[in-house]
Design a protein around this ligand. Sequence first.
Ligand SMILES: O=c1nc[nH]c2c1ncn2[C@H]1C[C@H](O)[C@@H](COP(=O)(O)OP(=O)(O)OP(=O)(O)O)O1
Length: 156
Amino acid sequence: MKEISFITSNKNKLLEVSQILCNSVPLINKDLDLPEYQGASVEEIATQKCITARNHVQGPVLIEDTALCFDGLNNLPGPYIKWFLGSLGLTGLNTLLHGFNNNKAHAVCTFAYSPDSNTDPVIFQGKTYGNIVQPRGDTAFGWDPIFQPDEGGGKT
Ligand SMILES: O=c1nc[nH]c2c1ncn2[C@H]1C[C@H](O)[C@@H](COP(=O)(O)OP(=O)(O)OP(=O)(O)O)O1
């Protein structure tokens, strides 16, 4: 099977994707923080990110874009979660929801894969529903400490 270049600057993302694929797909990582379009849907952002990624490597390319959508904020921060998290921190993200009386949120993982530069990227997407809570638990990866998935047995 041909190797796929998974382009990400995020070590934790690379680790998770490698663990999930469990060597079933040969991945090579290129550590690049690709620009992300604004004002677009998560699917458009992932598509554009994948097209940009193709300029950096030969052969099949895979990228992923993560969004964290707060129901009370009409799905913001969504794809801008990286910048909200960087500016406000975990506690600040939680405080954002004060006054909205709605802690529901969903995480959206959007992968875009392109086998070659002549083929439009294909999108794969998964959503996990849950609630925004006070930070607790493992702080190793991004917004994990404030997201309690509905199917996580009460853990963040
Ligand atoms: O499973 C996750 N659990 C907790 N936090 C997560 C997860 N997955 C991404 N994250 C964080 C990282 C970043 O603060 C933001 C998404 O940003 P996002 O643009 O997709 O990733 P990134 O810029 O870190 O790496 P990349 O070079 O692949 O674009 O959410």
